[in-house]
Write a protein that binds this ligand. Structure first.
Ligand SMILES: CC(C)(COP(=O)(O)OP(=O)(O)OC[C@H]1O[C@@H](n2cnc3c(N)ncnc32)[C@H](O)[C@@H]1OP(=O)(O)O)[C@@H](O)C(=O)NCCC(=O)NCCS
Length: 271
């Protein structure tokens, strides 16, 4: 098993594109790297080193588990509710330096120069559709800021099925379709798809299947990190390339039921 140090983490993130002042968002598996000296905190500090001075490190500290029977959104406490996304994210959330955004479904925790700016006011501004709430991926949310800031989006030993940003992309894809409707048909079509944690219909495109398509475009970087691979992509090309693919060939990325909703939207747009 490879021994991995904070300096190794920093070197790998620099090789994978992190620069001074960057915002780095990650999903990861601690044990995939080998044995990390200093554990999860050394990983977080290594990422901060790679983006210092002025860097920010962030992770998805999701709490809601998708089951409204056992997980009531009113029970979410931004200060204490643990995340299920693994030890790296949970360690970041519990770090005394860390700030956390207030979203029962898609909270982000961050440390560093832009941590406050990243995590504050989650859910404000224009609401956007999502199966959880219209605030989860709102105009003002860490997910929108990752896109606007073109954050470095990283996967440590995990594939793009872990990519929470994909729900932001889905949200923008669905919003774009709804926006094309005559205003008087909006509510009718919105009510036919998932909302408020009720799963009706949604375009859950498979993230791992999308990865090779993004790799083909030359926008994915891979570097070795201990026993695993660190994969990174800039958030703006991630969002824009994926949206282009979804728009061009939606039938390859959604269920027949969602495809049928999509054709009804298109018909209503023309009527
Ligand atoms: C599920 C997942 C977290 C599992 O990864 P993991 O490495 O097994 O688990 P964690 O990252 O929580 O780390 C805990 C593991 O690290 C080990 N560990 C503890 N200290 C360690 C150290 N210093 N060095 C290396 N490993 C260590 C622990 O023993 C534990 O392994 P075990 O369960 O076999 O005992 C990971 O595969 C994943 O999917 N991460 C992304 C999750 C995410 O962001 N999802 C978003 C969904 S939209």
């Amino acid at each position: 098993m490879t021994e991995v140090t904070r300096a190794d983490i920093s070197a790998a993130f620099k090789a994978a594109g992190a620069v001074q002042g960057d915002t780095v968002m990650f999903h990861g598996s601690l044990k995939s790297m080998g044995h990390v000296q200093g554990g999860a905190t050394a990983v977080i500090d290594g990422i901060l080193d790679a983006s210092s001075p002025g860097g920010t490190v962030a992770a998805a500290t999701l709490w809601y588990n998708g089951n409204p029977e056992e997980c009531k959104k009113e029970d979410f406490d931004v200060a204490t509710s643990p995340t299920w996304t693994g030890l790296l994210a949970e360690t970041l959330r519990r770090d005394p330096r860390s700030l956390r955004s207030n979203s029962f479904s898609h909270s982000v925790s961050a440390i560093g120069s832009r941590a406050r700016e990243l995590t504050e006011r989650h859910g404000e501004g224009r609401p956007f559709p999502s199966p959880w709430s219209e605030q989860s991926f709102a105009e003002i949310s860490p997910w929108s800021k990752f896109y606007q800031w073109n954050a470095l989006y990283a996967f440590i030993g995990v594939d793009m099925n872990s990519c929470t940003m994909k729900h932001y992309i889905e949200s923008r894809f669905v919003a774009e379709l709804l926006d094309q409707l005559p205003p008087e048909r909006y509510t009718e079509f919105r009510s036919q798809i998932a909302m408020d944690c009720r799963s009706i219909l949604w375009i859950f495109y498979p993230g791992a299947k999308m990865r090779p398509r993004l790799e083909e475009k030359g926008i994915v970087t891979k570097v070795p990190l201990g026993d695993t691979t660190l994969m990174t992509i800039r958030t703006r090309p991630l969002v824009e390339a994926t949206l282009d693919i979804l728009r061009a060939e939606p039938e390859n990325w959604c269920t027949p039921e969602f495809a049928s909703w999509l054709s009804r939207v298109k018909a209503a747009r023309l009527s």
